[in-house]
Design a protein. Structure first.
Length: 318
């Protein structure tokens, strides 16, 4: 054999590198590279019952935060010798169910769900198959504390307290037209808790794309909300453009906030006040939970570090 070792040693060097000396391991890897040899993962998974594959379900990668989370997740899993299979669902339940079934058919050892709401039929199917689950922004599988008192809820409350300190008593919550994520639900609940503590009603809700910003612009200064709280940066930036076209000055006439701290938020005119999330670190932390589950160890717990970044899109209420 080119490496000058037995077949059994080659097998150990590939499947259990810690079981061979560094010198022998290096000789085997050198021979593999010279022969352009790639291990047959399908055959390895049949014999070991371990595919070294982790599935990822995500609605989209157009969200900068989720894209960063996937990058952090993939990098940590790759460092541990796992490959990731990514399925984009577009937020559609049928596509998600089909993707989950396909991942299960590939014998993935675990699935990470990103940005899902509770009660997913696809996740239930994976649980029935006894596939390990983890999540980012998924409260029904214990991801990041989206329930009352959790990280996202506290972030919403902090944002509400900040707006109250500026004198904003009339807040409008702007969300997308799909089912709200656990993150968005928790943010709004935390915002409502801050308003309730000040004896104020919960924020009214508007759906992006339904003419909500035009209605805000046409309302008189005494009737319109004083703060527009958006579920993400994309909604906030779009709203600011529409408000500017309708002659509403931000923040003089209306304060606007977002969530995500995307690059566009930092360079908007005016720069956007938003919530900054270390999504890449969150992805890496989720990978650590997955690896611990696969080792049969208690999954390490932690919460997303979420910081309020104050910029020029917010100011005192008028």
């Amino acid at each position: 054999m080119r490496a000058g070792v037995s077949t059994a040693t080659v097998s150990r060097a590939i499947n259990a590198p810690a079981a061979v000396s560094p010198v022998l391991g290096a000789r085997v890897r050198t021979a593999m590279a010279a022969l352009a040899f790639v291990p047959d993962e399908a055959a390895r998974s049949l014999s070991s019952r371990h595919s070294r594959l982790i599935g990822v379900l995500a609605p989209t990668l157009r969200d900068d935060g989720w894209a960063a989370a996937v990058a952090g997740l993939e990098a940590r899993l790759a460092g541990a010798g796992y490959a990731t299979l990514l399925a984009l669902t577009g937020g559609d339940a049928q596509r998600e169910a089909a993707a989950a079934a396909a991942l299960a058919g590939r014998a993935v050892e675990a699935v990470v769900a990103i940005g899902r709401t509770p009660g997913s039929a696809a996740l239930a199917h994976l649980r029935e198959r006894r596939i390990s689950l983890a999540g980012i922004d998924v409260d029904d599988i214990g991801a990041t504390g989206t329930g009352p008192g959790g990280a996202w809820w506290r972030a919403g409350r902090t944002l509400g307290q900040f707006l109250l300190a500026l004198g904003h008593a009339r807040c409008l919550w702007l969300t997308g037209d799909g089912a709200p994520s656990a993150r968005a639900t928790a943010l709004r609940a935390g915002l409502g808790a801050a308003l309730a503590a000040a004896a104020l009603p919960p924020p009214a809700e508007a759906i992006a794309g339904s003419g909500a910003t035009r209605r805000v612009a046409l309302a008189g200064a005494g009737r319109r909300p004083t703060a527009l709280v958006c579920a993400d940066d994309s909604l906030a930036l779009t709203a600011m453009c529409q408000l500017a076209a309708d002659g509403v000055s931000v923040p003089r006439d209306l304060s606007v906030t977002g969530c995500g701290d995307t690059p566009a938020a930092r360079h908007a005119v005016p720069p956007l006040t938003t919530l900054r999330v270390a999504y890449e670190a969150a992805g890496a932390a989720t990978a650590e939970r997955v690896l611990a589950q696969l080792r049969g160890e208690p999954a390490p717990r932690g919460e997303l570090p979420i910081k309020l970044v104050v910029r020029q899109s917010t100011g005192p209420a008028r």
